[in-house]
Design a protein around this ligand. Structure first.
Ligand SMILES: [Zn+2]
Length: 368
């Protein structure tokens, strides 16, 4: 008898605790993007919401509401700069008043978020390094100082040796004869174009150790006729490894060569003259090629921004460095026409069929 009373008491406590841990639900939010983000993050529960009484909305704990605020406002307001990117809106618990200029219904939704979490949203002035204000990066953009920085890469970045047991993949969209190994070599001069690390004058073959990186890089779609060649080196290849995270003692973000190279390879086509000069110099230094971080590195790992703690880059904090280094989705470029030159050998050709593509996304505000 005593035992069953105790059990009832415990059960009631658990019920009360679980009811109160849901602070809101997806139906509390009228802005469609915020509502859908809340639905994605929320938990299925038939309990009535303590805010809007809906039994249908997916329920949100304090932790889930914080994730919602971060996804919708911080990630959803990320702006790209020429080099780097940063959110335009952030929040914290020290600013309980929101200083954004929002229109209904988002203004009302935001009031609810602030009240439940004890936070305020405000416009963020990013630290200048996040928007490319890094000395070595500026020196790379200036043709008169570029070569000095490039020379540092050969002393500060490690070499990586690719041996005949290493394998990489090269994708081709609709080659005229997919059975021919020569189809997977560097494009012929008239078709080579101007790319990240090559042009007609300095040709190079692009490949990756990871097939999904190749698919991202080739911007393929389901209707494409795709073939993949498995390539192996015929001798030891001496590669410059720009995917490495280099630790620099006594250097701030503003002087960091590591961050300069990180942002350089996340930038678009305007960065190609710099990266092509790096490739040209590396070839002259006797390297066979470069291992470099893919433009899609962040997307590949489901990340949307540069990770920081109190404005410090995680790449500069020893605790995070190993994790950060592993996030580089690596690409390989081998100089010249390595299949014709017999530096690389095609040891297998397959057809590749894309079965399913999934997208991860969140919403954000338009005006604030
Ligand atoms: Zn609700």
């Amino acid at each position: 008898m005593k035992c069953s009373f105790l059990w009832k008491l415990i059960r009631n406590r658990i019920r009360l605790a679980s009811r109160s841990r849901y602070l809101a639900c997806s139906d509390c939010f009228a802005d469609q993007g915020l509502h859908l983000d809340a639905k994605r993050l929320g938990i299925e529960s038939s309990k009535d919401c303590s805010q809007c009484s809906s039994p249908y909305g997916r329920k949100l704990t304090k932790q889930k509401l914080l994730m919602l605020a971060k996804d919708y406002f911080e990630t959803g307001s990320i702006r790209r700069y020429k080099y780097g990117f940063a959110p335009a809106v952030v929040f914290n618990e020290y600013n309980e008043r929101t200083s954004l200029n929002l229109s209904p219904p988002l203004s009302k939704d935001t009031e609810l978020l602030c009240r439940l979490l004890g936070i305020g949203f405000f416009h963020y002035g990013p630290r200048a390094w996040m928007t490319g204000n890094i000395k070595p990066l500026k020196d790379l953009q200036d043709e008169s100082t570029r070569l000095t920085v490039i020379r540092r890469l050969f002393s500060d970045y490690p070499k990586k040796l690719f041996q005949p047991e290493n394998v990489f993949y090269r994708l081709r969209k609709s080659p005229s004869d997919p059975t021919q190994p020569s189809e997977y070599d560097t494009a012929p001069e008239e078709k080579s174009g101007t790319q990240r690390l090559s042009n007609a004058e300095y040709p190079a073959l692009y490949a990756s150790e990871d097939i999904t990186v190749c698919i991202h890089e080739c911007r393929l779609s389901a209707e494409d006729e795709i073939y993949v060649a498995t390539l192996v080196p015929t001798r030891s290849l001496n590669m410059l490894d720009l995917t490495a995270l280099i630790t620099e003692k006594g250097v701030t973000e503003f002087d960091s060569l590591d961050l300069a190279i990180h942002l350089l390879f996340l930038a678009g086509k305007h960065s190609y003259p710099i990266t092509r000069d790096i490739a040209k110099q590396a070839a002259q230094e006797g390297y066979d090629g470069i291992v470099y971080p893919s433009y899609f590195s962040l997307l590949y790992h489901g990340e949307r921004s540069l990770l920081t703690t109190y404005g410090l880059s995680h790449r500069r904090i020893p605790y995070f460095q190993q994790i950060e280094e592993k996030k580089s989705a690596s690409n390989v470029v081998v100089f010249g026409r390595p299949i014709a030159e017999k530096t690389l050998e095609v040891n297998c050709i397959n057809r590749l069929v894309i079965g399913q593509v999934t997208y991860d996304y969140c919403f954000g505000p338009v005006d604030y």
